[in-house]
Structures are given as C-alpha cells and as structure tokens.
Design a protein around this ligand. Structure first.
Ligand SMILES: [Zn+2]
Length: 119
C-alpha cells in the first residue's frame, strides 16, 4: 500500500468510527440510554482519535525524512551519490523494511544502526 493511500485510509476509517460514535452519543443522550451506551459512543470517538494522533505524525515523519531531507540536514554526510552516516561517518548504509507496515523502507547505518532516512 502506498504511504499516501495508507494515510488516507487511516484517516477515513477513523473519521467513520468517530462519526458512528457521535451518532451513538447523540442517540443515547436523546433517549436517556444506559451509561454503557454512552461509554461505547465515547470510546468510538476517543480510540480512533488516539490512533490518528499516534499513527499519522509517524507517517508524516517517514514521508518527510527523505534522502533530500537528509542531504539538506546533514550536507557533510552526503557527497554526490555517496551517503554516509552523520553519527559515525560509515558509508555502510542498509535499507530494510520497517517493522510496522507503512509502505516505507528505512535506511540505517550498518555500523551504529542510526536511522538516517526513509524512502
Ligand atoms: Zn553510523
């Protein structure tokens, strides 16, 4: 899944759940329903909200920390096509898939395992 699609589907899904939660809350308040229903409605709003607040910034970060970003942040570590670690200067850069499926690959220093940039 492309990062942009993933971001969009997370947002869409969360908004759908929050809308459902809001409807449950409104219904519950209107009919004086049991507190459990109110809690359910509140959960439907709060859980997706927290997912959005934790997952989306991470995705934004992955999307903004590109090779271009790395080059402009650590110009001394990049010369031409050669990318080196800004921490230890090693040019043993390893690309690997991230543990959490985000559609991005992480580029790490093979010497000190510092995360350098994402693609
Ligand atoms: Zn390093």
């Amino acid at each position: 899944m492309k990062p942009a699609t993933l971001k969009l589907s997370i947002t869409g899904l969360c908004l759908m759940f929050m809308l459902a939660g809001a409807l449950v809350l409104v219904q519950a308040m209107g009919s004086g329903a049991a507190p459990e229903i109110m809690t359910l409605g509140a959960m439907l709003i709060l859980v997706p909200a927290s997912v959005m607040m934790t997952r989306l910034p991470k995705l934004w970060k992955l999307q903004s920390m590109t090779l271009n970003w790395y080059q402009s942040t650590y110009p001394q570590a990049v010369s031409g096509d050669q990318v080196a670690c800004y921490e230890c200067g090693s040019d043993q850069i390893q690309a690997r898939d991230l543990k959490v499926q985000t559609g991005h690959r992480g580029h790490f220093c093979g010497e000190c395992d510092t995360a350098l940039y994402y693609s």
